[in-house]
Design a protein around this ligand. Structure first.
Ligand code: GDP
Length: 316
């Protein structure tokens, strides 16, 4: 049977990297995934596998400000989509977790078996707990119904089609947009925190490729982490963005703003074991492509709540 894969969040950061006729995409204005009736209608369409990218996501700012929304939207969307897949008889489904759902206080590096060993960092606990329930639901469905559904755990994803909201977005799209504004208006670029925290970033196209591999080939009970296992400080990242965007102005470090978690290094043993030759896009190349996309699509790029034309189409 020919594969027809439903991509929820198909126009978002990762979803937009699935390109071709066999990927079925719908916007949240057509189907609001928080509403079970609309999800049931969506699942009447013709597809036989599901890559579930949709979710309510944001960076440190959004996670702290909108805890209620982040909890409710994610837990309801995941519960609805996974249950609708079961009722339709879908045998292959992948859902997304994120390394930020791991316990704040846990021995590093993060591995797939440590998700539930303690509370997430307070800055994103509502999102973290809601997302963790997708893992619980999938484990339960495997045990009761024998379903071969899986969760993947990418580190901090970035790329074209991200949400470039300066207040609520993830650090890279926020900083790209802030740097753009600073350059265009001849004003300083203000960075949150000390610049010392370390993060691992992964390009959206790499995530899409790895996810489709998991959909068809990965059979372990535990989720699988997608990581380059390369940590970089926020300070170094700012250096790359400033260079690529040709920003010559002043950079200010606003230490009144939160640093969030200092680091969350993750372990790449599993992904390396299965795909030893996978070539991750380098952060420099990925940022160059993302910045070029943003500058070329400034008018249509998502930049904040008001400008969002689709709300639930982004992952993690
Ligand atoms: P996290 O990885 O889940 O903590 O979330 P982010 O992607 O939002 O990354 C947060 C890190 O980037 C923290 O150390 C912030 O202090 C730092 N940071 C610096 N400037 C910004 C900014 O403009 N937006 C965001 N979201 N984070 C920033």
């Amino acid at each position: 049977m020919k594969d027809n894969i439903l991509i929820t969040g198909g126009y978002g950061l990762v979803g937009s990297q699935f390109i071709g006729d066999r990927y079925k995409k719908f916007s949240s204005s057509e189907y609001d995934l928080r509403c079970i009736k609309e999800v049931e209608d969506l699942f009447l369409k013709d597809f036989n596998k599901v890559i579930h990218c949709a979710g309510k996501v944001g960076g440190l700012g959004g996670n702290m400000k909108y805890k209620g929304e982040f909890f409710y939207d994610n837990i309801v969307i995941n519960t609805n989509v996974i249950e609708a897949a079961r009722l339709k008889g879908i045998t292959k489904l992948v859902a997304f977790l994120s390394t930020c759902i791991f316990p704040a206080d846990v021995e590093y590096p993060l591995t797939e078996d440590k998700i539930h060993l303690g509370p997430p960092h307070y800055s994103n606990d509502a999102y973290g707990y809601a997302k963790r329930m997708a893992d619980i639901q999938i484990r339960a469905y495997k045990e009761q119904y024998g379903l071969d559904y899986k969760c993947v755990i990418p580190t901090n994803i970035y790329g074209p089609h991200d949400n470039f909201d300066t207040q609520n977005g993830h650090v890279l799209p926020s900083l790209i947009h802030k740097c753009y504004i600073a350059r265009e208006t001849n004003t300083p670029l203000t960075i949150w925190g000390s610049g010392k925290p370390l993060r691992e970033f992964i390009f959206s196209r790499d995530v899409a490729q790895l996810t489709e591999w998991v959909l068809n080939n990965y059979n372990e009970k535990e989720p699988i982490i997608f990581t380059t296992a390369e940590e970089i400080s926020i300070k170094e990242v700012v250096g790359i963005i400033v260079e690529l965007m040709n920003f010559k102005g002043k950079v200010i470090w606003d230490t009144h703003k939160p640093d969030g978690q200092y680091r969350k290094p993750s372990n790449n043993n599993k992904i390396k074991k299965y795909l030893p030759d996978f070539k991750f896009t380098s952060l420099y190349e990925g940022l160059e492509e993302t910045i070029n996309w943003f500058e070329d699509h400034y008018d249509i790029a998502r930049k904040g709540k008001k400008q969002e034309n689709y709300k639930y189409e982004k992952i993690i």
